[in-house]
Design a protein around this ligand. Structure first.
Ligand SMILES: O=P(O)(O)OC[C@H]1O[C@](O)(COP(=O)(O)O)[C@@H](O)[C@@H]1O
Ligand SMILES: [Mg+2]
Ligand SMILES: [Mg+2]
Length: 334
């Protein structure tokens, strides 16, 4: 049995010239995971984190109480770190510069989706937390600026997610592979349970909200038809699996193989998912595990962001499946 703490000490050399700095941030994220795990597991008993918060978030979506709760816990945990200079969140319109002596001299910024899968909170279906870490590019000694947050995903130094499912897991990368840790509430520890995760090159399911089918790009329609036609004597059909939490669909596909697609739709002409705290961290993790992540045409990690909450279509998962879907997108490029 190896705890997250022991693993971090053992892998210190992996952190890009950040001896122990990233480990400090990860230990704060681990703390947040424990708090959210504890409160999610009794959510049904209280009204503190069930239901809408009563406000609309910057996305124009009804914010759930747990969205706000998770956001506050992440912010509180990170603002107290010597290593963190600022914070960008799905739940806050602008980034937050930690404008203190400590914050101005800190080296890293964090982007987060504090609670992913909000539509599932009240119905006891798995949800998650996503984080993405960059070194700042603005000069040390000053408050961070928007340019620190608008870096392409290929500049991430770490990324990960927590999935609050049948068990709570923390899965992250620092650019040297992907490792998964399962939380043992009886010990209060995250234990290494999935070392060096590699996503199968092919998989068994596609995760797409087919409610938008009629408005999907032709390439996506053709890919869905391809998945269904694969059902013959030699090959099991691809199964449709859509949980409605990116973290949960992504995590299953990481372990079993599969593809998650959220393309452009009428309601989301640029796709629904946000590039900075959903697309980029998941793309970094997928590539580190041998998978692929595109917007249907371009590598997600090469996209130059222009706004904190900009959205992107997302095709992510098993190499062969994403490449096949991209081939259909190219064939029917509109
Ligand atoms: O309900 P839809 O349109 O299928 O969208 C589901 C997707 O939206 C999301 O819930 C968006 O994330 P948030 O819950 O953090 O806003 C993803 O987790 C999920 O994959
Ligand atoms: Mg989300
Ligand atoms: Mg969210």
């Amino acid at each position: 049995m190896k705890t997250l703490g022991q693993f971090i000490v053992e892998k210190q050399a992996e952190y890009p010239n950040a001896k122990g700095e990233l480990s400090g941030i990860l230990s704060s994220i681990r703390l947040v995971a424990k708090i959210i795990h504890r409160d999610i597991n009794k959510a049904g008993l209280t009204n503190d984190i069930i239901g809408n918060s009563g406000i609309e978030n910057v996305q124009g979506e009804a914010q759930m109480k747990l969205d706000a709760f998770a956001h506050e816990k992440m912010k509180a945990a990170l603002i107290s770190r010597d290593e963190v200079a600022g914070f960008g969140s799905e739940e806050e319109e602008n980034f937050v510069a930690f404008d203190t002596e400590r914050g101005r001299n800190a080296k890293y910024i964090i982007l987060t989706d504090p609670l992913d899968g909000s539509s599932n909170i009240d119905v006891n279906v798995a949800v998650g937390t996503i984080f993405s870490i960059y070194r700042r590019i603005s000069p040390i000694g000053q408050p961070v600026t928007m340019e620190d947050f608008l870096q392409p995903g290929n500049r991430q130094v770490a990324a990960g997610y927590i999935v609050y499912g049948s068990s709570t897991m923390l899965v992250y990368t620092t650019g040297n592979g992907v490792n998964g840790f399962t939380y043992d509430p009886s010990l209060g520890l995250f234990i290494l349970s999935h070392e060096n995760i590699k996503i199968p090159e092919d998989g068994y399911c596609y995760s797409i909200n087919e409610g938008h089918y009629l408005k999907f790009p032709m390439g996506v329609k053709k890919y869905i038809k391809y998945c269904q036609e694969e059902d013959d004597a030699t090959k099991r059909p691809y199964t449709s699996r859509y949980i409605g939490s990116l973290v949960s669909d992504f995590h299953r596909n990481m372990l079993k193989g599969g593809i998650y697609i959220y393309p452009t739709t009428t309601r989301y002409p640029n796709g629904k998912l946000r590039l900075l705290y959903e697309g980029n961290p998941m793309a970094f993790l997928a590539e580190q595990a041998g998978g692929v992540a595109t917007d249907g045409y371009r590598r997600i990690l090469d996209i130059q962001p222009t706004a904190l909450h900009e959205r992107t279509p997302l095709f992510v998962g098993s190499k062969n499946m994403v490449e096949k879907a991209n081939a259909f997108m190219a064939e029917f490029k509109e």
